[in-house]
Design a protein around this ligand. Structure first.
Ligand SMILES: O=CC(=O)O
Length: 307
């Protein structure tokens, strides 16, 4: 497969790059030219790399886009379908880490773990005790999107004694959790709302002002999905006005830009879109990207096809 050209539009992960370079002819924007563009048959992308019409059209021999991410919202799927370009992602292998991060953010927000850390480091503890925080165990948990990641969050939250409800396109009665066909009803009946659905036209800004207000001043939102799931200016104003109790945010609308106002809010815990970023999981994601590419070029079934 050494003669097959694979384009990585920007750096993703060292191990993945090394392994791709061993197996394929690896290109990046600095070594791609008009002569070799026709040898490129695959693009390796990520949650941060856009595979838009322009990129797809510029690669006439493109056969497959393999993204190092579970989300594929940055890939123009319609264009890929139109041109018979296959698309793969990396589901399952990252669900545990993302769910762990979601629970970690909920604990950090409610138990003020980051604020407490600063309290100790800045010497305030010597002067006075840290104010009481809020319990997570037993809180009513709402999950938006009961897919692989949402289910992994539910399993963990259930172990904390939290009653679980969810909203998704369709009811998953086998889950045994309470289903709300309307996200507003879910928010009204939840104390901690986890956003874990796929980003698409229907879920863009699924958490809007009404949903935030339904959660209320004691409510907490945890977003490990995509920044675009939440109307970010509404989130920031609700947090700063105390209309929402807190938020744990791993993803932002215009990453890596983060609204200045959010940086100053103690009731928000911020994370740099890193929910799946452990060595173990990134290696497993890289292996899945490689296996999908190898399967494609050996005419075998793709392991995790999207298109
Ligand atoms: O955001 C990360 C992913 O989609 O895997």
């Amino acid at each position: 497969m050494e003669s097959i050209g694979v384009l990585m539009p920007s750096p993703i992960y060292g191990y993945l790059e090394q392994e791709l370079a061993k197996r394929f002819k690896l290109f990046n924007p600095s070594n791609i030219s008009e002569e070799n563009v026709n040898s490129i048959r695959a693009v390796v992308s990520s949650a941060k790399i856009s595979v838009d019409t322009q990129l797809i059209e510029s690669l006439p021999k493109l056969e497959i886009v393999s993204t190092f991410s579970v989300g594929y919202d940055k890939i123009d799927l319609a264009k890929c379908r139109e041109k018979n370009i296959r698309v793969t992602n990396t589901p399952d292998v990252l669900s545990d880490d993302v769910a762990d991060t979601a629970i970690g953010l909920a604990l950090a927000v409610l138990r003020k773990i980051c604020v407490g850390d600063q309290y100790v480091r800045n010497g305030h503890w010597i002067k006075s005790d840290f104010p009481l925080t809020t319990k997570f165990s037993g809180k009513a948990v709402g999950i938006v999107g009961l897919g692989r990641i949402g289910s992994a969050i539910a399993k963990r939250a259930a172990a904390f004694g939290c009653p679980i409800s969810y909203h998704s396109r369709s009811e998953k009665s086998e889950s045994g959790y309470k289903y709300y066909p309307n996200i507003l009803d879910l928010a009204s009946n939840s104390e901690v709302l986890f956003v874990a659905c796929t980003l698409n036209k229907e879920t863009y800004h699924i958490v809007n002002r009404q949903v935030i207000d339904a959660l209320g001043p004691k409510g907490v939102i945890i977003n490990i999905g995509r920044g675009q799931h939440i109307d970010q200016p509404e989130l920031v104003s609700a947090l700063s006005e105390g209309r929402l109790g807190g938020a744990g945010v791993d993803v932002f609308e215009n990453e890596p830009e983060v609204p200045e106002q959010l940086l100053g809010l103690e009731n928000a815990v911020l994370s740099p879109h890193a929910a799946s970023d452990t060595v173990e999981t990134c290696n497993a994601m890289a292996d899945l990207v490689l296996s999908n590419l190898e399967a494609h070029f050996l005419n075998k079934p793709l392991l995790t096809p999207v298109v």
